[in-house]
Design a protein around this ligand. Structure first.
Ligand SMILES: [Zn+2]
Length: 94
């Protein structure tokens, strides 16, 4: 897990920050984050989502995490990631 060392605790003066629109969570839940790509915990949910939907018997956490990273960068969509995952781990792979 990567630690964010630039976390700002500026929650106290929220009245001026309301106008700023926070990005939507990249997991597709439709909720806004507090400035990151994901609502805390939703990146992990997306990793397991990809493994559940993409893997047929073999799960690769490292690869799923990598794909989630690409989703958070906006490089690929969630369905792209699942398709990609299936390509890497086709049926019958030992
Ligand atoms: Zn989410």
């Amino acid at each position: 897990m990567k630690k964010q060392n630039t976390v700002k605790k500026s929650e106290t003066k929220k009245s001026t920050e309301q106008s700023k629109v926070m990005p939507l969570c990249a997991c597709g839940c439709g909720k806004h984050t507090k400035g990151g790509k994901f609502i805390p915990g939703h990146d992990a949910k997306l990793v397991s989502h990809i493994m559940t939907n993409g893997a047929r018997g073999k799960a690769c956490y490292t690869m799923a995490k990598e794909l989630v990273h690409m989703i958070s960068n906006g490089d690929i969509t969630i369905s792209d990631a699942i398709a990609e995952y299936k390509t890497k781990f086709p049926l019958g792979m030992k």
